[in-house]
Design a protein around this ligand. Structure first.
Ligand SMILES: [Zn+2]
Length: 142
């Protein structure tokens, strides 16, 4: 990451075997070096106007603080999704346990169908809890 204006001025963008000197820093533009997202990945200086982040070297998108915040938000969402998934699978296990306790074949089939529909189309955990509770009651013969 480029941290000073001096560093940016000294930086060569997109230097490689075929262009060892690369391109020089363009004043007023974001200091981030980005690449084309293809197999020939060509590196170049971001073309957006600068004015954000360290010494105002970056564009809004590449401002290191903004990059960090986006990364944190993505990670937070990922953790939440994982927690939701675990909660759902725990409810699912509860439901399966409850299903195993239903002796009456017709009741079992009805409950199993309801569960199949629930887990295939709806991930609302409160609804799953309700069904799980009903199944557990049936299981205990309440
Ligand atoms: Zn940029």
């Amino acid at each position: 990451m480029i941290k000073t204006h001096k560093e940016a001025q000294a930086h060569r963008y997109g230097s490689w075997g075929g262009n060892p000197k690369g391109e020089s820093y363009v004043e007023g533009k974001c200091a981030e070096e980005i690449s084309t997202r293809d197999q020939f990945a060509v590196y170049y200086q971001c073309t957006r106007n600068n004015g954000h982040g360290i010494e105002g070297l970056y564009c809004k998108q590449h401002d290191p603080e903004a990059v960090k915040a986006r990364k944190a938000a993505t990670e937070k969402k990922w953790r939440k999704d994982l927690a939701d998934e675990i909660a759902i699978s725990e409810h699912f296990n509860l439901c399966v346990t409850a299903l195993e306790g239903i002796a009456d074949p017709l009741e079992f089939v009805t409950a199993a169908k309801a569960l199949a529909v629930l887990f295939s189309t709806d991930n609302d955990t409160s609804e799953i809890s309700t069904v799980a509770a009903k199944l557990r009651k049936a299981w205990r013969g309440e």
